[in-house]
Design a protein around this ligand. Structure first.
Ligand code: ADP
Length: 209
């Protein structure tokens, strides 16, 4: 996060004089309290300063990098998850390929009649099936999918960073966000490499501060 000159000045004042009230910071800068309010709010929200009622502002002593790291560690799956694209186990490889193009995704999740997760289809799974001799209209996806229990999943309250690590360690492009049901796991979302990239870009453009 880029700080304005005034915000840098405020941090210096609080560093040297904290705890100090907003009123006194304003005096030192020859500004009104109202003019300063947005800057103080930003610095507090971003974690540079801490405000204690009736005492004033403290300098937290955290560097920009420390604050950024804290921020990233707080991202939860449910804040970023996208709608999952699912297909039934019996659809043909041909239809799964069509779905992938139509929905513009790289990973499809496969479910049974109770909407329970049974498998995953990646681009390469479908490509591999396509270069064989089979008729793509007759081969159902459950023949070629990666199946449960070998599916890596995540839950809505997991940390996005943990999911990013799973994607790296398992060398996969996406994981389903699941919840438990009486039948097994229901797919309620998806986290992919694109999701992580989006979170990263948003962070840099300060939308989270
Ligand atoms: P691609 O193979 O198209 O590059 P991935 O790297 O995501 O895409 O997939 C690699 C293999 O891992 C594929 O066989 C796929 O079925 C499987 N796979 C993909 N996602 C998962 C997952 N969440 N859990 C387990 N296996 C997965």
């Amino acid at each position: 996060m880029e700080l304005s000159n005034r915000q840098e000045q405020i941090i210096e004042i609080v560093k040297e004089n904290g705890p100090i009230t907003g009123e006194k910071i304003a005096d030192r800068l020859s500004l009104t309290r109202a003019t300063l309010r947005p800057d103080l709010a930003i610095l507090t929200m971003a974690g540079f300063l801490e405000a204690r009622p009736r005492v004033g502002y403290f300098y937290t002593g955290k560097t920009g990098t420390e604050l950024l790291t804290e921020q990233i560690k707080k991202f939860k799956v449910h804040e970023y998850q996208h709608v999952p694209i699912v297909v039934k186990e019996n659809v043909s490889v041909y239809d799964a390929i069509s779905t992938m193009f139509l929905e513009d995704v790289g990973t499809l999740f496969v479910v049974d009649d109770t909407a329970t997760l049974t498998g995953v289809l990646s681009r390469k799974d479908l490509l591999r099936a396509s270069i064989g001799q089979q008729d793509l209209n007759t081969v159902p996806v459950h023949i070629i999918m990666t199946r449960m229990p070998n599916i890596t999943v995540c839950r809505k309250d997991d940390l996005l960073l943990e999911v990013a690590k799973k994607l790296m360690n398992k060398q996969i492009d996406g994981v389903p966000v699941v919840k438990d049901t009486e039948h097994g796991l229901e797919v309620i979302g998806r986290i992919t490499k694109t999701t992580i990239t989006k979170a990263f870009v948003e962070l840099i453009s300060d939308e989270h501060l």
